[in-house]
Unconditional design. Structure first.
Length: 348
């Protein structure tokens, strides 16, 4: 194999038939140095593994079973295969996201359907042991909907640089910050209320310590930063340069390798909003909206100088080269057909 075809592996989360999708389970892609992706096959057949996380040091992959309300661990097998490792663990309704502690101590699952946030402690082999439900969310905007309580909808979690955990609640428009206590799970630290109806979905931490949160409903990016350990909302702005349409919903946010640009996927308009990050990480300025290369950009990944965008409804992953100076995606360089991709997660 030539150096231009040296490859790494990317796992794809998917929807299978029980989630209205066309995949059969977790997919495996070879990612080549020239930016192209190669479909290797289904790594393991499993129901609607719509989001995936990878253990930091062990050959173990964790996937939700969104419709089955479970989380399952898988162990690497062969070149690109996976096999179940232990029994699936119960989660909550519409389990939509998993994240693994960088130290390999625990796994966190977020459940969109009922708002549960669950922590599973991990043993030395990466197996899930103790299961600890976190305290349920209380709507900080409850006074705006008297007599009509809104459903809590946990959507994602992020292990912060200081070891704490931040989770989004799309239904309650809030961010919750937690401390991990071995043998007890997540202990509430504090919360940040975001504007009513915004719908915080996914989040990423910048090298400055700021956390950028994309909102599914209002199509914005919120900047929160800690002051003496307590996060506060310090900025907000549109996630796109050209505005959004009524039927749009934002999905993923990620950063380029230098942290100078952020990329937001917007479903409906099917664009990637490119934003410039301020030098101190306290503000983001929309630069340009670029066609995402398919229908319903559910998730995207920056890999070096490449941007890969997974389109759930058009069954493809579009790849663009990123301009190192402007951060803008150039013309489409590769288009890979693959069934119902919902997440792109590099293997170790």
């Amino acid at each position: 194999m030539t150096s231009s075809k040296q490859q790494t592996l990317i796992w794809t989360g998917t929807y299978t038939a029980d989630g209205g999708g066309r995949a059969e389970g977790v997919g495996a892609l070879a990612a080549h140095q020239d930016g192209t992706l190669e479909w290797k096959g289904t790594a393991v057949k499993t129901d609607s593994p719509s989001f995936i996380a990878v253990h930091p040091t062990l050959p173990v992959v964790y996937a939700v079973a969104e419709q089955r309300q479970m989380v399952q661990a898988f162990r690497r097998s062969g070149e690109f295969g996976l096999e179940p490792a232990g029994d699936p663990q119960p989660a909550g309704e519409s389990t939509c996201h998993v994240a693994v502690d960088p130290l390999g101590r625990f796994l966190i699952a977020a459940c969109w359907g009922d708002g549960q946030v669950l922590l599973y402690e991990l043993d030395h082999d990466g197996g899930m042991t103790g299961r600890f439900p976190a305290a349920p969310s209380l709507d900080p905007h409850g006074s705006l909907t008297p007599g009509q309580p809104r459903q809590s909808r946990a959507h994602a979690s992020l292990i912060l640089a200081d070891g704490r955990v931040m989770t989004t609640d799309l239904g309650h428009d809030s961010l919750r910050i937690w401390r991990y206590e071995p043998g007890a799970g997540l202990i509430a630290d504090h919360e940040v209320a975001l504007p009513f109806g915004s719908g915080p979905r996914h989040l990423v931490q910048h090298r400055s310590g700021s956390v950028f949160v994309v909102s599914e409903y209002s199509i914005e990016v919120f900047v929160v930063k800690a002051d003496a350990g307590t996060f506060e909302l310090i900025n907000r702005g549109p996630a796109t340069a050209g505005g959004s349409r009524a039927e749009d919903s934002a999905a993923e946010i990620c950063l380029d390798q230098d942290g100078n640009h952020a990329y937001v996927g917007v479903r409906g308009s099917n664009v990637i909003g490119v934003l410039r990050v301020g030098a101190d990480g306290t503000d983001l300025s929309p630069v340009k909206d670029v066609a995402s290369g398919g229908n319903w950009p559910r998730h995207h990944l920056v890999r070096g100088r490449w941007l890969h965008v997974a389109h759930e409804r058009s069954d493809n992953i579009a790849t663009f080269a990123l301009d190192p100076a402007t951060g803008l995606p150039g013309p489409l360089i590769h288009n890979l057909q693959t069934p119902s991709p919902t997440a792109l997660v590099p293997s170790n």
